[in-house]
Write a protein that binds this ligand. Structure first.
Ligand code: FES
Length: 78
């Protein structure tokens, strides 16, 4: 699912930016940095941030990754 239409950043990109320890890309700006781009309109930042936090917490706690039924995805689809 595309979370940032300006930079074509997907939920997979966000997940890939969060390392197994959950410590690496815990902020949206780290995702943009990893993709070599900057936010343009900024509409996606909150959703990317939410997904980063969920993924980092899930990896640290060993929970399954966020799914499309999670609120972060629902907000992104609006
Ligand atoms: S949708 Fe991500 S910067 Fe515009």
């Amino acid at each position: 699912m595309i979370l940032c239409s300006c930079n074509m950043i997907t939920d997979r990109d966000v997940r890939a930016s969060v390392k197994p320890c959950g410590a690496a890309a815990d902020r949206a700006r780290d995702v943009f940095r990893a993709k070599g781009c900057l936010p343009r309109c900024g509409r996606c930042v909150r959703n990317i941030q939410n997904l980063c936090e969920r993924e980092a917490a899930a990896k640290v706690e060993g929970r399954p990754q966020a799914t499309r039924s999670d609120p972060a995805f629902a907000i992104a689809a609006e």
